[in-house]
Unconditional design. Structure first.
Length: 108
């Protein structure tokens, strides 16, 4: 589950969106203002719209978080991994050069 999906689900559950939609539509069906099939269709439409809104909000929060971390100059996992690879390669190269230098002094 992605960060955006987690935020979206938390928002929807926290706001009680699915339950509220069902309550409103059930009320309209009981009053006879909607048939059950119309109610089901309306519930589906509203849930889709609510989900879309939640996705938009979570994407906005995610973008804000990424920009904030970027401004704080905190490296990403990928950047740290690249630096680790470079460090490992450089360490190996230094060891090789040190060994070469040591052999050079021994031969003199």
């Amino acid at each position: 589950m992605t960060f955006n999906e987690m935020i979206n689900k938390a928002l929807m559950a926290g706001l009680g969106v699915p339950e509220k939609i069902n309550e409103i539509v059930d009320d309209l069906v009981k009053k006879g203002e909607l048939s059950e099939s119309q109610g089901a269709k309306l519930v589906k439409e509203w849930k889709n719209k609510a989900s879309k809104s939640g996705e938009d909000i979570s994407k906005g929060l995610s973008d804000l978080l990424h920009k904030t971390l970027e401004k704080m100059n905190i490296p990403t996992r990928d950047e740290v991994a690249k630096l680790e690879k470079k460090l490992t390669a450089l360490s190996a190269r230094v060891k090789k050069l040190e060994a070469h230098q040591a052999n050079k002094y021994i031969l003199q």
